[in-house]
Design a protein around this ligand. Structure first.
Ligand code: FE2
Length: 214
């Protein structure tokens, strides 16, 4: 183990990213206590377990988080599930934090993109909420870009559409955590209420940036 640690120095281990805003910035839609536990406990746990897994497999030591997540099927069997769950957990949460910001609105350009892809903004929201409600147990709802087209999809657990094992692959431009840990303190079993609240804190500026650059 000592040699492996030497080959994978601590300074290349994955670290918890800063939120970039305060825990209470999304109140009353997402409460401060949920944000604090979600970021400081849940997200950190994925990173700790990812680092514990990667340190055991030197062939993965120089790979970026995105590379690790994209190539799940190619990883050694001994480490595949750990990278899928904890690498996925780290990527998904790092992505999710950037998509939360109060008081943004879709630009005219994004309104048109949404309307062109889904018929209307209302239809888009309805379709996305329906998909998010359909996730059985823990998982995520996504909007992905495939060419110039947008599509809504879901994943179980910490899978995501970047993974080569995903049935529906594409580049995420939006994602929503629908694990109970994301909403249970404030909304208990009412996932639908959490989904309604989410629209108030979705960072449309980030969605547009991702749509434009990916
Ligand atoms: Fe989460």
């Amino acid at each position: 183990m000592k040699e492996l640690v030497a080959l994978f120095p601590a300074n290349s281990a994955f670290e918890l990213p800063l939120l970039g805003y305060s825990f209470d910035a999304l109140e009353p839609f997402i409460d401060a206590q949920t944000m604090q536990i979600h970021h400081d406990k849940h997200h950190l746990a994925y990173i700790t377990k990812l680092n514990e897994a990667v340190v055991k497999e030197v062939s993965l030591q120089n790979q970026s988080l995105e590379q690790l997540v994209k190539n799940i099927s190619k990883h050694p069997e001994s480490i595949k599930t750990a990278i899928r769950n904890h690498g996925g957990g780290h990527w998904n949460h790092s992505f999710f934090w950037t998509l939360l910001k109060p008081n943004t609105k879709p630009s005219e350009k994004m309104e048109k993109v949404i309307t062109d892809n889904f018929g209307s903004m209302e239809q888009f929201k309805t379709n996305f909420e329906k998909a998010a409600m359909s996730v059985f147990g823990s998982g995520w709802a996504w909007v992905i870009k495939d060419g110039d087209k947008l599509a809504i999809t879901t994943s179980a657990n910490q899978d995501n559409p970047l993974m080569d094992i995903s049935a529906k692959q594409g580049t995420p431009v939006m994602g929503l955590d629908v694990w109970e840990h994301a909403y249970y303190l404030k909304y208990q079993n009412k996932r639908a209420d959490y989904l309604q609240a989410f629209w108030n804190v979705l960072n449309w500026n980030k969605v547009e940036e991702l749509y434009t650059t990916k």
